[in-house]
Design a protein around this ligand. Sequence first.
Ligand SMILES: [Fe+2]
Length: 387
Amino acid sequence: MWEFYLPTRIIFGRGSLNRLGIEVKSLGEPILLVTGKKALRESGILDRVSRILNKEKITSVLYDRVSPEPDTEVVDRGVTFARQNRCKVVVGIGGGSAIDVAKAIAGLGLEESFASIAEYLEGKGTKRINSYGLPFIAIPTTAGTGAEVARNAVIINRNTRSKRSFRSNYLFARIAIIDPTLTVDLPQEITASTGIDTLTHLIEGYVSRKANFLTDILAIKGISLVGESLISAYNNGSDLEAREKMCLASLLGGVVLTNSGLGIAHGVSPFLGALHGIPHGVANGILLPRAIEFNLSSSIQKFKSVASALGEKIEGLTEKEAACKTLSAVERIVKELGIPQSLGEFGVKSEDLSELAKKSLTSNSTRGNPREVSYEDLLLFLKKIME
Ligand SMILES: [Fe+2]
């Protein structure tokens, strides 16, 4: 038995940002526009959004306080800000952090007894939302986290030194507007880190214990899109065809992770972010090859299909040799993207590994890993990426 759920309406295509005014008009105003501190202002995207809203005479208020690796405080302040301004709709525009913060603000915007998002985060939090909050529109400008179609927002709780999900079926965006032209100005290192995050979603989702008939189809298509386009998008940012394929891959990755869960790399990467400030995509770039190595023997058939989807020649090879081609292909991609291959340069020390392993063991992603993971396995796994 399996289940597949995606209630978000997806509007995809070059120039689709122009649809924002018409789409938001029927949902109410003022709208709360949630974004990062400067990238969208500098790229001119924020001006474009203002013009689109002005054309439809839609009032909006701007909450541009989101930093990478967002914490509970930025969400809590955003909820208060949305209430003070009596916002009726939330629009999140930017990378995964801006979309996650917007999603959380929308989800909590109508909660009567709201005090802090910390009470709703998996792990320590015990509260759940039981109905939809404010209507939420997601507009990604990276490719990406897949946050535009995911039911969770990943938030750091500085008090508990952890990074956890606020998760609910009531958090899905009402609409995701995915316009590949918004990604052409992304700096190379963001193209690399968000692109490898996408590949990690697709591979971990494909081999996950909860993978199903539909997620398998979507994941394999997404992996082949990454194989065709990530290096081109990285080397030539204005290659719109490559950018468009990466936006599609990111979308597929988001749908897959929402329905199949992830694995050991995503079990560890949030804690490398929360405890050591390592950006999510970079952490996954370091972890993914070792995660493939760890899981190879438990999913030979699936890794053979991944190798083929990545364009590797597997004719005439044994099943195991073909599966191993996934590892060499991913290692090559990570290297070509200039992503570091170990934790050493981020100041992580061997005495930090025990806390990292303990926290990672409690993650839902670790539990979804195809091969059972023990504390000792995690310690060994982490030692390998220290070298
Ligand atoms: Fe991710």
